[in-house]
Design a protein around this ligand. Structure first.
Ligand code: DGY
Length: 327
């Protein structure tokens, strides 16, 4: 029997690719950059399955181009904001994602950014390399204490809670805001549920862990930034558009907040002309919060398992539109 045809939009780690090659007739895009839109539309034609990355916009146009054979879309990410989920669901196409395996790795990195911003690690390293270190200085590169400070977590799902657990080790007070979840025993053991305004007003660190939806786009806008303390530090490892970058630039430049550490930007990659990159009180990293060798390997295994299950007509082990299987 002929193998199922699939298009894989980038070379994911071998832990997933090996299974895909075994089971499928796989067309793998091996360029380091994503396939351009017209190439994507061409390469998906007639495929049974698609393995996509968060850099690929998978909308009705792509589903139309693939045609009626398309049985499954597997996303190599936990976030699925790059996929028109409603459209896939309406067409009966299950969409897979990679929850859980990246929770702790992403939380590690959110905390890394928090600490790096608070203690000005990136500035300090640049200072040394630039040959500016002449002596120990009483006021050299003073930062903010982490221990005993208040951490506000926006979005209290798996990753937000993992960040809150780390904060315990630093004796931090944890506030959280999540209108959709969070008022359970575990959440209450980790922090105090508050409205967003209270969180913004009282937190020394605000860490974002909400998915990107219509409700969270520009959740952190000029008005939200205005409510934060002038000493506050904003950390974003969620999705870039949750923050209004123009408003953030003005708030940082005018020192209405102290610092921002962004692993995600809007757009990605950030434009080299972005004024944010001219500021000293900003750290920008290239969307690497889940980028540990072990975690990216596990994500590849999960994405492959989802793809293959969908091709077999089985329920996806990790499905972002489970409503498809109900009723
Ligand atoms: C995700 O999976 O959604 C992350 O942003 C990338 O690992």
């Amino acid at each position: 029997m002929a193998k199922s045809r699939v298009f894989v939009t980038r070379a994911i780690p071998e832990q997933g690719l090996a299974a895909i090659r075994d089971f499928c007739d796989a067309d793998i895009w091996t360029d380091p950059l994503p396939p351009p839109r017209e190439v994507l539309l061409e390469r998906v034609r007639g495929v049974d399955g698609l393995l996509a990355l968060l850099t690929d916009r998978i909308d009705a146009g792509v589903m139309d181009a693939a045609g009626p054979a398309l049985k499954v879309i597997s996303n190599y990410a936990v976030g699925v904001d790059n996929i028109d989920l409603a459209e896939a669901t309406q067409r009966g196409i299950p969409v897979g994602n990679t929850p859980d395996v990246l929770t702790e790795t992403t939380a590690d990195f959110a905390f890394t950014l928090l600490m790096a911003a608070a203690r000005r690690v990136v500035e300090g390293a640049a200072f040394v390399r630039a040959g500016k270190w002449q002596t120990w200085g009483p006021t050299l590169l003073l930062g903010h204490d982490i221990h005993g400070a208040t951490l506000g977590v926006v979005g209290f799902g798996r990753i937000g809670r993992a960040v809150a657990r780390r904060a315990r080790g630093f004796a931090m007070r944890v506030l959280f805001h999540d209108p959709n979840a969070g008022d359970d025993a575990e959440a209450r053991s980790l922090g105090e549920s508050v409205d967003l305004d209270t969180l913004l007003r009282e937190s020394d660190f605000v860490s974002l862990h909400t998915p990107l939806t219509d409700a969270t786009r520009h959740l952190i806008d000029a008005a939200a930034l205005e409510k934060m303390k002038p000493t506050a530090i904003l950390i974003n490892t969620a999705r870039g558009p949750v923050v209004d970058h123009d408003a953030l630039f003005r708030a940082l430049k005018d020192r209405r907040i102290a610092y921002a550490a962004l692993d995600v930007t809007d757009p990605e990659p950030i434009s080299m002309a972005s004024p944010l990159l001219e500021l000293e009180n900003v750290i920008v990293t290239p969307h690497i919060a889940s980028a540990s060798q072990a975690t990216r390997g596990k994500m590849a295994q999960m994405a492959a398992a989802n793809l293959i299950a969908g091709l077999k007509g089985d329920r996806l082990p990790y499905c972002a539109n489970p409503a498809l299987y109900e009723g």
